[in-house]
Design a protein around this ligand. Structure first.
Ligand code: F6P
Length: 532
């Protein structure tokens, strides 16, 4: 136990009791709030680092908002944030600092403070240089395979945090992709997944990145072993394999056991959690895809969000506000699930990325002091592309019994080089806003009846049909707007979601940065392998 674990439990804070009372008293339906509160847009629109949040459709009244901000102060959210940025060992069960924020710090200056120890900044700068330098060499065609042919396919072998972030960002920034260098991702150890990729590749022009923080993950090691075997079978000699293999890890000794040389091993530190590692050397496949400049832009966007998070007061602080809304929805309005829908196809992998980040962080059973949680922790995160979801699972949100909160992500401009691209964007964005409105306002039984009568339906038929066609509404949503989907705004968006997770953990008094829940299944699989 250390001082970081002895914090008040949320239910003991006066603001928690106040919020409980406010929730019990009930709030007007969103369709009323949206009409009767003229200052709603001014009050509930926030922006930072190029991202604008429209929170007008959250079930918030001024009293609830005030109590939530009070909760942030009573839980010492600013102090907990500062402890993270200072590099205190806030991952208390593993006694580690949590410093992914240092990976995007750039060079320190009076306007760009580095609260963490200076040696952290030095090691970050060194490895960023090495990693992006290698990515540039690959992009320039200066990296060759065993017989001197230029590498043209790069395959990232990794799973969980060693896959989801770089893969999501590579797809999101596909418009920046190198025209001749292809980047592939392989996570699943299913032989078909591997074979269906390998059969499309020329071994002499292929490089594998084995990406694993621990270098003990069975799925990744199995895929890496089969990739090596494939290289041998394709006629590459054992002593030439190093031309086709790169490791990215926080455990270089483990990587060395698998034959990886120090020159071709890129490093990050154990204070970078796997699901927060996009910004580290694990971003190598992304840097290969979008280049050094693109990667630096991504870091700059994240850094802009970090600075906002560090400096803005709680009421205007985007990550803090998001987390407070999340706590209100989860703990006081009993919304156990959060549907995250992007309305731009390039963000198709954003939901699985956030899903790991949030659920592996905040799906917890104990407070920091080890006592059982006294409040509900992380919600179920699910979703996908909004336009697809409208024709699949939105029905359940509109008329099912699950209480679901919703996050929508949209972009305002799109420079896809197609003559009708602007029309497509307008269509997509109209749909997103229409869904947000429909979920918020719903349609009452009376309004549904009136509509059916207006359409000329007989009274008996209208009475029979109206219950099927009413909408409960009152589903809270956020709309996140990006000006355009570029590396900077993607970095800011990803950092925003990271900080939301941290803030919710801080409010719930849980550790977002361990993941003991993934252990038992792994141990049992190992035991089965060795027949125990
Ligand atoms: O099993 C979960 C997990 O440990 C994640 O936290 C992590 O992102 C993933 O596995 C991959 O781990 P590694 O990078 O060590 O291979």
């Amino acid at each position: 136990m250390n001082h970081l674990t002895h914090r008040p439990h949320p239910v003991d804070l006066p603001a928690w009791s106040r919020l409980t009372d406010l929730a019990r008293a009930g709030q007007p339906h969103l369709r009323e709030l949206l009409v009767t509160e003229p200052d709603r847009t001014a009050r509930l629109s926030l922006s930072a680092a190029g991202i604008t949040l429209d929170a007008t459709r959250q079930r918030l009244t001024p009293e609830v908002e005030a109590a939530l901000v009070e909760l942030a102060l009573q839980a010492d959210l600013p102090g907990q944030r500062d402890a993270m940025f200072r590099g205190e060992a806030i991952n208390t069960t593993e006694q580690r600092p949590v410093l992914h924020v240092a990976l995007r710090g750039g060079n320190a200056s009076p306007g760009n403070p580095h609260p963490w120890p200076a040696d952290v900044s030095h090691s970050v700068a060194r490895e960023l240089d090495r990693m992006t330098g290698f990515a540039e060499q690959l992009r320039a065609g200066a990296v060759t395979g065993s017989d001197g042919q230029v590498i043209r396919d790069v395959v990232n072998i990794g799973i969980g945090g060693s896959d989801l972030g770089p893969r999501m960002a590579t797809e999101a920034l596909a418009h920046l992709a190198h025209p001749e260098l292809r980047v592939h991702y392989l996570a699943n150890p299913d032989a078909w997944a591997l074979w269906s990729l390998l059969r499309t590749l020329d071994a002499r022009r292929t490089m594998f990145i084995v990406a694993s923080k621990t270098f003990t993950t069975q799925e990744t090691l199995a895929n890496a072993a089969t990739a090596r075997r494939w290289l041998l079978d394709q006629g590459i000699a054992e002593h030439e394999l190093h031309h086709h293999l790169v490791a990215v890890t926080a455990a270089p000794d483990e990587a060395a056991k698998h034959g990886h040389t120090p020159e071709r091993t890129f490093l990050f530190s154990d204070w970078v959690g796997g699901r927060y590692s996009l910004w580290s050397a694990l971003g190598l496949p992304l840097a290969v895809a979008i280049g050094r400049d693109g990667f630096l832009q991504l870091l700059a966007g994240a850094r802009a969000m970090d600075l906002h998070f560090l400096q803005a007061p709680p009421a205007q602080n985007l990550p803090m506000r998001l987390a407070l809304h999340g706590v209100w929805n989860r703990n006081f309005l009993q919304m156990h699930s959060l549907m995250l829908a992007a309305y731009t196809a390039r963000l198709g992998r954003f939901t699985p990325y956030v899903q790991q980040m949030d659920m592996e962080s905040n799906g917890k059973q104990t407070h920091l002091d080890g006592t059982p949680v006294t409040v509900d922790t992380g919600p179920v995160i699910w979703g996908g592309l909004g336009m697809d979801g409208q024709h699949a699972f939105y029905q359940l949100i509109h008329q099912g019994q699950h209480r679901v909160a919703v996050d929508f992500i949209g972009v305002r401009t799109d420079d896809t080089p197609l003559p009708l691209a602007a029309d497509h964007l307008a269509l997509v964005n109209r749909n997103m806003l229409a869904q947000a409105e429909a979920m918020a306002r719903g349609r009452s039984l009376e309004d549904t009846l009136a509509m059916l009568r207006r359409q000329g339906m007989h009274e008996a038929e209208a009475q029979a049909l109206a219950p099927h066609r009413q909408f409960h509404g009152n589903t809270p949503s956020h709309v996140f707007w990006l000006e355009q989907l570029d590396a900077f705004s993607l970095g800011a968006l990803a950092a925003l979601f990271e900080h939301r997770v941290f803030c919710q953990a801080a409010l719930w008094n849980i550790n977002a940065y361990d993941q003991w829940g993934v252990e038992l299944g792994k141990t049992l699989a190992k035991a089965m392998e060795s027949g125990r």
